[in-house]
Design a protein around this ligand. Sequence first.
Ligand code: SF4
Length: 429
Amino acid sequence: MKPVGLLYVGSVLLHYGFDVTLIDLLNRHDPKIASFVKPKPDKQYGTGKFHTVEISKPPQLSFVPRKYKRYGAPEEFFIHELKGIEKPDAFFVTSSMTYWWPGVRQTIEVIKRVFPNALVVLGGVYARIYPDHARLHSGANIVYSADLSQLNTLLSDLFGESFDDDLSDWFERFDPAYELYDRLGYLVFFTSLGCVYNCSYCLTPKLYGKWVYRDHERILRMIRKYVHIFNVKDVVFFDDAALIDKENHFKPLLRKLIRANLGVRYHLPNGIHARLIDEELAWLLKQANFVTIKLGYETSGPLQNKTGGKVQDEDILRAAQMLRSVGFTSSEIQAYIMVNMPGQTEQDVMNAIETCRKAGISISLNEYTPIPNTTDWLELTSAGMLPADVDPFLLNNTVLPYWWKAGMDVATVQRLKDLAHGRTSTLRS
Ligand code: SF4
């Protein structure tokens, strides 16, 4: 998990000559955190558990029989880092999962406690999806809900001078500014942005517009540079749709990575399109040393077509067979299955689990959450199955089955999770 969007903002600020400091409270590898809390050991590929603190549950969640925790570096560390910054002009805070907004508000509260006159700009996924909510609740002075191409306007408004370098090609021109870190366990990059599909549950096409990929020489130079600086062994591509136009994009990129032989492992954790995998692509992935391949499957049954038709059961079976035949193990290939999609039956999920078993691949079962402005959202709210003004808080995918009458109940979701993980029922009362 890396704040890649914020790192691009950092790049643009460095480009304009600003003095930039990064505080990443989720960087488990920050050596300074060790003075505040014992670091948790790494698991596989530079990943591991975040530091957590159990905090009191907000009253709106009192009906959920689960613990409520804050993840990330301790507050004392954050305050210490803030106090090390001399006369900051502005703070740029990012956000990811919309239902984590109380954490964003708390982050901004701490900044304003240390710098009462701080100018705080909030961006990221929550700010883009829920700008009105963020304006009301986050405590930020400015909620930035555009993409990076509009950053000039914001900077001119903030600092009263003109920033007029054309940023419309920011993705092509800039690398995410990893040099702002001291130490890292792995690197995350995007080689492409957007998607040409339009799945009913996904906001990617609306967030990014048309699908674009970056020049391969630039991608390779970026990877080489940061692998060298941080001496990391793991490089993650977080594209939403890496395999679109694979003959012009991902296959040539893979050939370059093979030739470059950087001595790292590569990962595709964001669900690639099973239908677009062919024998050559599978072979190139193996030769390049990819060790994590996740396939976007989501569900079996009629919803496959109703939600956009990106994949069928046969695509999963065929892709798995091709990947297995070039040497990928069952634990290196995993399919994402969503549970609790609108209109999904328990049998649909059971069939999807069975398909993965037949394919000889692992399963990652994730609970569905409705996202504003998606087709699902518009259908659910106009049919009265979801209040349009529901607090994003309550849309936490773990929380949803406890109250959402139009979806599966907690017992069903748990039964399916147990089935996916080969357990007997572990339902908590
Ligand atoms: S294919 Fe993936 S990225 Fe594209 S719209 Fe569907 S879920 Fe989103």
